[in-house]
Design a protein around this ligand. Structure first.
Ligand code: AMP
Ligand code: MG
Length: 292
């Protein structure tokens, strides 16, 4: 298991993105060993998920935020492969529909929260409402009373998110928040790969290049969001994303450790239930004897 404290932000007061290197790999190199650890983490996740499902009280909410081409989709594909699909739900949040715009900003994600016993994965989330909406000043599209949009608007919204996550934790829905931290140079490499490689063309859109022009604005709003919403109960994890194998290793480790920290157990039977099980055994055994 890796030491995660370097990547976990529990108090955002002094957080600076510049202190985190997108190409950090914790000095790990041995690819075979790394693949082994990822596999081990995935099997821990699967075992713990089984207990989470059986226990049916906690839910895990995995939030993944990142710049384009940081590897959100492939991370979900690789890290979640070992999980039981019955206990897992992935939601991808795109531009809001007019129905969604007609509600408060937490409405659409709140409806998609995982049920108890489940692992929910948000590919983008309500954080988009303090990121893309802030960078492009999209509030005009939202039906918010104009009077409420003042100089404190974004700070208030970040407060609301912090309070909301506290509410979730107090209700047994546990957010685990990942920011895949990609460098601008690596994004360029990955865009070029998407343009050059016909099997990856579909992943590329011209709007990606437009968004890239706002790189610095995005870094600023990400930094502010992480600063204001990192708490001990809902910390952010800053995942170096220039090396995909390292983000997979780190994310699988964090989820495995989070699940283990819950000390999940299969529900134990009451004496009454045990008597019921014995009765059921007897019925089945008698059936067998009668069949002979
Ligand atoms: P992708 O994840 O590449 O499929 O892109 C989804 C797009 O939806 C991204 O450009 C997001 O910025 C955008 N998006 C997601 N949530 C919101 C939101 N609340 N308001 C505006 N755009 C959003
Ligand atoms: Mg995209």
């Amino acid at each position: 298991m890796l030491s995660l404290s370097k990547y976990r932000i529990e108090d955002g007061k002094n957080f600076r993105l510049a202190d985190h290197k997108p190409d950090d790999t914790a000095h790990l190199e041995d690819k075979k060993q790394i693949a082994g650890i990822i596999e081990e983490n995935i099997s821990i996740m699967a075992e713990e998920q089984d207990k989470l499902y059986a226990q049916n009280d906690y839910a895990l909410l995995i939030i993944i935020q990142a710049m384009d081409a940081a590897g959100k989709d492939s991370l979900i594909k690789h890290v979640m492969t070992g999980l039981n699909p019955q206990g897992t739900l992935v939601h991808s949040f795109k531009q809001p529909s007019s129905e969604e715009l007609d509600h408060d900003f937490l409405w659409r994600t709140h409806k998609s929260l995982p049920e108890r016993g489940r692992i929910g994965i948000f590919n983008r989330s309500y954080y988009e409402d303090v990121l893309v909406v802030r960078v492009h000043n999209l509030l005009d599209r939202h039906q918010i009373p104009r009077k409420l949009i003042d100089g404190n608007f974004w700070n208030n919204r970040l407060d609301q998110i912090r309070n909301y996550e506290y509410y979730l934790v107090q209700n047994g829905i546990l957010p685990v928040k990942f920011f895949l931290h990609l460098s601008k140079e690596e994004q360029k490499e990955r865009f070029l790969e998407r343009i050059d490689n016909p099997s990856k063309n579909w992943k590329f859109s011209l709007s990606d290049i437009q968004e890239r022009q706002y790189w610095d604005d995005y870094q600023k709003v990400y930094e502010d969001a992480i600063r204001q919403t990192s708490t001990p109960h809902a910390p952010w994890y800053i995942i170096p994303a220039d090396k995909k194998w390292f983000s997979r290793l780190l994310v699988s480790d964090i989820i495995a450790q989070k699940l283990q920290s819950l000390q999940l157990e299969y529900p134990s039977m009451t004496d009454e239930q045990k008597v019921g099980l014995e009765k059921a055994r007897k019925i089945l055994m008698d059936e067998k004897n009668n069949d002979k």
